[in-house]
Design a protein around this ligand. Structure first.
Ligand SMILES: Nc1nc2c(ncn2[C@@H]2O[C@H](COP(=O)(O)OP(=O)(O)OP(=O)(O)O)[C@@H](O)[C@H]2O)c(=O)[nH]1
Ligand SMILES: [Mg+2]
Length: 308
C-alpha cells in the first residue's frame, strides 16, 4: 500500500480514506433503517418484527475522498439455538475483529439482557466503538436524554455516544462525520458508483421476504425463506421465478390465503418494489413449497443461500 502511494503522482490517494463499519445490535433496534437512511435508498429490508435481517449486507457510500463501507448484520440474539439462529449470530459477530469501526445500535430507554450480552463481546475488540442510541423520537421529553446518556456511558468505554433517529434522520449527518473522521487512510476498495456487494437476484429475494414478513405480521411462520429459481433478463423485462419455503402445510395455507389472495398481494407488492429497484418491467412467479425442518438443518440452509 505504501509503495503504491509513492509511485502515485496524481496526489489523490494521499487524501483518500476508506474502511469497514459494522452496524451491530440486538434485533429490531433499527440497524437496517439506519443503513438505508445513510445510503438514501432502500437497500436492506426492515420490519416491525425482530430478526428481519438474516445476512451481512454491504452498503457502500462514497463522497469525494471518503468511502465508507457499512455492513448491516442480523440482530444478535439469545434465542433457541437452531441452525438458522446460529448462522445469524455468526453472521453478526464474525466480523467484529475485522472492521475499522463498530456502530453498536441500541434503542432509547430499552436496555435489555441481549444488549448486555453484546457488551461482553465488545470488551475484547480493538477498534473504536460508537454507541448509537436510536429511536430518540420516542422520548417524550428531550430532558430525558442527558441522564440516559450518562447511564449508558458506564457500560463500555465508547468512543462516542450519539443519540439519533434513523426513521426521521435526526443526527445522522453528525454520525457520518464522526465515522469519517475515524476512517483510516486507504485507497477506495469499490468503484465510486457501487452501492452494494449483493446481486440483484439476492436483493429481489430479500424484497419478497420483506413483503412476506409485513403481510403476515404476527401470523408469520418465522421459518420461511425465499429462493430465486430463475432470474432472466432481456431488454424489456426481467423474469423472476421464486419459491417461498415453509416448514409445514399449515404455514403454506396461511401464506396462500383465502382463494390465493395473500400470495397474490405478496407477489404484487414484491413485483412493484423489485421493478422500482432495477428500473425495469418485472414478471414475477411465486411458488410456496413445504420443506420440513430446513431451518435446523445445516445442509438445507447452505442450499438455500445461508453460507458464509
Ligand atoms: N420510532 C422509531 N422507529 C424506528 C426508528 N428506526 C427504526 N425504527 C423501526 O424499528 C423497527 C425495526 O427496524 P429495523 O431497521 O428492521 O431493525 P433492525 O435492527 O435492522 O432489526 P433486525 O434486522 O431484525 O435485527 C421498524 O419498524 C422501524 O421502522 C426510529 O428512529 N424511530
Ligand atoms: Mg435489520
Amino acid at each position: 500500500m505504501a509503495k503504491l502511494k509513492m509511485i502515485d503522482h496524481s496526489g489523490t490517494t494521499d487524501k483518500q480514506r476508506c474502511g469497514y463499519v459494522a452496524i451491530i445490535g440486538r434485533p429490531n433496534v433499527g440497524k437496517s433503517t439506519l443503513l438505508n437512511h445513510i445510503l438514501g435508498m432502500k437497500l436492506s429490508i426492515t420490519s416491525r418484527k425482530p430478526q428481519t435481517t438474516r445476512h451481512q449486507i454491504l452498503g457502500v457510500k462514497t463522497v469525494e475522498d471518503i468511502q465508507t463501507i457499512y455492513v448491516d448484520t442480523p440482530g444478535i440474539h439469545q434465542r433457541r439455538g437452531t441452525a438458522i439462529n446460529k448462522y445469524m449470530n455468526r453472521a453478526a459477530t464474525s466480523l467484529l475483529n475485522d472492521v475499522d469501526i463498530i456502530l453498536f445500535v441500541v434503542q432509547a430507554k430499552k436496555w435489555t439482557e441481549e444488549d448486555q450480552a453484546i457488551i461482553e463481546k465488545l470488551h475484547s475488540v480493538k477498534c473504536p466503538v460508537l454507541l448509537i442510541v436510536n429511536k430518540m423520537d420516542i422520548l417524550d421529553n428531550k430532558k430525558q436524554l442527558l441522564p440516559l446518556i450518562q447511564d449508558l456511558s458506564v457500560k463500555l468505554d465508547f468512543t462516542e455516544i450519539i443519540p439519533v433517529s434513523a426513521l426521521n434522520g435526526i443526527n445522522i449527518e453528525i454520525l457520518e462525520d464522526k465515522v469519517a473522521a475515524l476512517l483510516p487512510e486507504n485507497v477506495h476498495f469499490y468503484p465510486g458508483d457501487q452501492v452494494t456487494d449483493r446481486s440483484m437476484r439476492f436483493l429481489a429475494s430479500e424484497i419478497i421476504r420483506e413483503k412476506l414478513i409485513r403481510e403476515l405480521g404476527q401470523e408469520l411462520p418465522y421459518t420461511s425463506t425465499v429462493n430465486i429459481d430463475k432470474y432472466d433478463e432481456d431488454e424489456n423485462i426481467v423474469r423472476i421465478h421464486a419459491t417461498i419455503f415453509v416448514e409445514s402445510k399449515g404455514q403454506k395455507a396461511i401464506i396462500i390465503g383465502k382463494k390465493g389472495a395473500r400470495i397474490k398481494s405478496i407477489g404484487t407488492k414484491s413485483r412493484e418494489d423489485i421493478a422500482k429497484m432495477i428500473e425495469s418491467k418485472v414478471y414475477l412467479n411465486l411458488w410456496v413449497k413445504v420443506r420440513e425442518g430446513w431451518s435446523n438443518d445445516e445442509r438445507a440452509l447452505r442450499g438455500l443461500g445461508y453460507s458464509e
